[in-house]
Design a protein around this ligand. Sequence first.
Ligand SMILES: [Ca+2]
Length: 349
Amino acid sequence: MSKRIFLSCDPGIDDMAAILFSLADRDIELLGVGAVAGNVSVETAWANARFTCDLAGAAATPCHAGSNSPLLRDQIFGAHKALGTFRDHLADQEDSLPAVRSIAVAPAQPAAVAMAHAITDAAVTKRPLTLVATGPMTDVALAIQLAGAKASADGIASIVAMGGAFKALGNRAPYAEMNMLSDPHAARMVAESGLPLVLFPLDVTWQCRLTEQDLDHIAREAGLIGEIFARLFRASDRENPALYGGPGGPVHDLLTVIWLVAPELFILRRARVSVATGHELAGHTSRQLPKVKEGDKAGGKLPHCIADAVESDAVRALFLDRLKALSRAVDGNNSGQIQTTTNREEDLQ
Ligand SMILES: [Ca+2]
């Protein structure tokens, strides 16, 4: 049975990878995308989310604009805010880009409200969904509040998020990872909600990096989608061998959705995650680990899971495979064949 997800993101090139993979993989049903301020402003995140869905031939996927600032702290943006939208970068190939989606089809509901509705529907129909957060958790925290009693195991199977750093140093500040730093209060609300949380911190996302050879391969093998993805990834300048211990740029957010369909490629451990909200160390994450070996009852009581290790080669190969399949599906649609990534439920019947 496919995983039904709602993705809250702040595209961001690695958010783009997560959207593309979600649309490409038949074991994921993407119910909606929420754009939240984080890497970039909410307007840019929204434009980029819509652009990505349009590029993937999935213009019908609802893309909701969400919160334009954190819950409490002063706003900070990622290093890439100054780069503008994806479309700004691709202006010289405008003729090959998907048409700009009409504003008329833009959902009016704010992302947190749409997510809360999705949670409520999931609880009523007894088909719990997974909330995937690849940006600050502002809208996820608000949605949990709005959904009230439905924000339980009935409505939410789990929350899967990119964020935090435990052994690795932070990326936006020495002590904190960007998503946690951007809205530590929201992250703390989610961590303390009592809901299952699976976290992909820098410790694991730094292990999986797309190299120049990977990008060449993607650009060559995955059609226009691959060309554009590779170009944007390169524009975001993600290499830092001294920090990561090798070549290539991390594709952080992608790991969340790959884990949903290929958990065997990861090693997770149970933990209890805490997020600091005090001024000095806001966004710093710490974890309580079991004192006994994995599987012991004491460890089983800890409410969260943290990804520790990933089979990078297999993840990158899976991503390329799905991009190629997505490209073929889009090309098939454009030539009049009926095969879309938005009707996979029918396709599976
Ligand atoms: Ca992100």
